[in-house]
Design a protein around this ligand. Structure first.
Ligand SMILES: *[C@@H]1O[C@H](CO)[C@@H](O)[C@H](O)[C@H]1NC(C)=O
Length: 221
């Protein structure tokens, strides 16, 4: 009996801790639709999420030296898409975040390859309009994300630093191997930057670095 109630206490404490330590859902997601996820773990400096299967719309790879510039030009294409520049002439609600996947490029030194994506809102998931030059597809591959949050406007000088901090916070945890395997399995992706605010919001901005991975080992953790 005593043992059972102390077990309950422990569970209650764990639940409280989970709430206290875990980053809350980004505030933008209370105003606009965001893809659903479960928090699988959180600890000092990172959160592990499992995303549900969903349709996303993505640009073709954009070669650039600047993530900020590539995101701007990718965002513009996606913005036209939701404004009705698609095969159904259908306007679509804005969602968050805007994702920018960063990958090494075969091109000149210092150039990276960026793919910018939007989550398709639930209403359009079943029949998302195709569009010339864009890929509308189920999120391929990894369903898990190791996430680190940071504020302010994303700057090219910061993202590598934030990715390195996320990497460091994962070292020695039970997720380190899975995340590292995820990166080896998908050499096309170093990390992904998620931005939750429009350029016109100056305070309370939320950004995240994601490292995507998918592992059988993770499902039984
Ligand atoms: C979309 O708009 C264009 C230009 O106005 C028109 O030619 C086309 O038939 C429209 N398509 C649909 C599916 O409504």
């Amino acid at each position: 009996m005593a043992r059972r109630s102390s077990m309950l206490l422990l569970l209650a404490a764990a639940a409280l801790l989970a709430v206290g330590a875990g980053a809350a859902v980004p505030p933008s997601c209370e105003r606009i639709e965001c893809p659903a996820y479960d928090v699988v773990d959180n600890a000092n400096g990172f959160e592990i999420r499992r995303y549900k299967d969903a349709m996303w719309v993505s640009t073709a790879p954009i070669e650039d030296i600047s993530l900020v510039d590539a995101t701007r030009s990718g965002f513009l294409q996606l913005f036209k898409y939701i404004q009705g520049k698609n095969a159904y002439n259908e306007t679509i609600e804005m969602t968050a975040p805007v994702l920018t996947r960063v990958a090494p490029s075969d091109g000149p030194f210092c150039v990276s390859s960026f793919v910018v994506s939007f989550y398709v809102p639930a209403k359009n998931q079943a029949d998302a309009p195709p569009a010339e030059g864009l890929h509308v597809q189920k999120w391929a591959g990894a369903r898990y994300a190791a996430v680190r949050r940071f504020g302010g406007f994303v700057a090219d000088a910061d993202v590598g630093k934030q990715a390195a901090l996320l990497d460091a916070s994962l070292q020695g945890t039970r997720w380190a191997a899975a995340v590292s395997d995820g990166r080896k399995a998908d050499p096309a992706s170093e990390y992904t930057v998620a931005q939750y605010n429009s350029p016109f919001e100056f305070s309370g901005r939320v950004n995240e670095i994601w490292m995507l991975f998918d592992t059988m080992a993770a499902s039984d953790m």
